[in-house]
Design a protein around this ligand. Structure first.
Ligand code: PLP
Length: 372
């Protein structure tokens, strides 16, 4: 008898089911849409909560993607240690102290200012190594990246230093998730104008995130950088046949009868209006299931939809099932399908007044992920 070595799904009353087949089918749909362009699959934030390593392995194995994009060096290190060999681009701003590890990890990284380029050159020349880099241009996001008029000087500097190998030039959309957006059209125009003025052979020009792929074919250029679409989420009006690939399920942990007029959970923000049956679901905000779902979000049980009763606690919440039947051990669906019903991340985002990506990123490592 000894303490289990690893946490297995049976040690926990809730689990994510992540369907790698659907994930790869989504990659195939993106690939089909953009034709011959390169596809850089975005894996930041634990692959949007789906689990960075299994997702990266499935993507690499599927041969549907050409490279990966992450926000930070730390994420690239995870991927390399897991045996991922496709090119990896670090999109976020790097620190000059990371140079040695960026090189050893064999990643491409972003240079977003002449200042940073000079610091990197200083460090790299001493190491005698070569850095594969992408230049980021700010065409409207105002996050990182040089202004269009400063790109020429930056590229000239990079080309003058043997420690740099210029791989690409890119920019990022600020509002590409609806069609015919003025700002997006202006960003595309500004980026393409640059591309025409800088006729460098073999350089990869890239701009399109998921919104760009969905609504702005002119932004596809040499490579696209889909995040959201890979995970099966899309936008109203986008003609893409995608499937969500993550479901969240839990086993009912408790059943009881509550009398009329009684409060449920912290603060008693829910009160019964008659004698009723109440079940407990062992998922809470400690797992990333947000407290603002209290009294608002639905769960599926025995092919019916029920609203959460009262505040979501750290590890559990309650559901009022009225006169219906449900028992301890029943499978509840918190995200995904049961029978003809479905709870989508889009609905959850709407309830929380946020983006589905934020709902996904809130989930942490406590609930086990099971891969199908
Ligand atoms: C996150 C990110 C993406 C992917 O965004 P989606 O809208 O989820 O497709 C692409 N490019 C950059 C620079 C990003 O930061």
């Amino acid at each position: 008898m000894s303490v289990p070595r690893r946490i297995m799904p049976e040690h926990h009353p809730a689990w994510f089911e992540i369907d790698l087949g659907r994930f790869c089918a989504n990659l195939a749909q993106v690939r089909k849409r953009v034709g011959q362009r390169l596809v850089c699959c975005i894996l930041k934030a634990n692959a949007y909560g789906h689990g960075i390593i299994p997702i990266a392995k499935a993507a690499e194995h599927s041969r549907m993607v050409d490279s990966f994009g992450v926000a930070h060096l730390s994420e690239a290190i995870l991927l390399r240690n897991a045996g991922i060999s496709l090119p990896i681009l670090v999109l976020g701003a790097i620190h000059e102290d990371q140079i040695e590890d960026l090189i050893c990890t064999q990643v491409e990284f972003t240079v977003g200012s002449l200042y940073k380029a000079k610091l990197v050159a200083e460090k790299t020349e001493r190491l005698g190594a070569i850095c594969p880099v992408h230049v980021e241009v700010d065409t409207g996001m105002r996050r990182t990246g040089v202004r269009p008029e400063s790109v020429f000087a930056l590229i000239e500097f990079l080309l003058s230093k043997p420690c740099f190998s210029l791989k690409g030039v890119y920019s990022h959309f600020a509002m590409s998730e609806t069609p015919d957006n003025e700002t997006s059209l202006r960003q595309i125009e500004s980026f393409i104008r640059l591309k025409e003025k800088i006729p460098l052979p073999g350089i990869i020009w890239h701009l399109a995130n998921s919104g760009g792929i969905a609504f702005y074919p002119d932004s596809w250029l040499d490579m696209v950088r889909p995040g959201l679409l890979c995970y099966g989420l899309t936008f109203q009006g986008a003609l893409l046949d995608l499937q969500p690939c993550m479901e969240l399920k839990a086993n009912v942990s408790y059943f009881k009868v509550v009398e009329e007029g009684e409060g449920i959970s912290y603060g008693h923000i829910y009160r019964t209006d008659k004698q009723t049956r109440v079940v407990t679901i062992p998922v809470g905000y400690g797992d990333g299931y947000r407290r603002d779902f209290s009294n608002r979000m639905q769960v599926l049980l025995r092919n019916k939809s029920y609203r959460i009763a009262g505040a979501v606690c750290m590890d559990q919440f309650m559901v009022d099932i009225g006169g219906d039947e449900a028992y301890v051990g029943d499978e509840a669906v918190l995200i995904g399908r049961q029978g003809d019903l479905e709870i989508t991340l889009e609905e959850m985002a709407k309830v929380s007044g946020t983006d589905p990506r934020e709902i996904l990123c809130h989930f942490n490592e406590r609930i086990p992920r099971v891969y199908l």
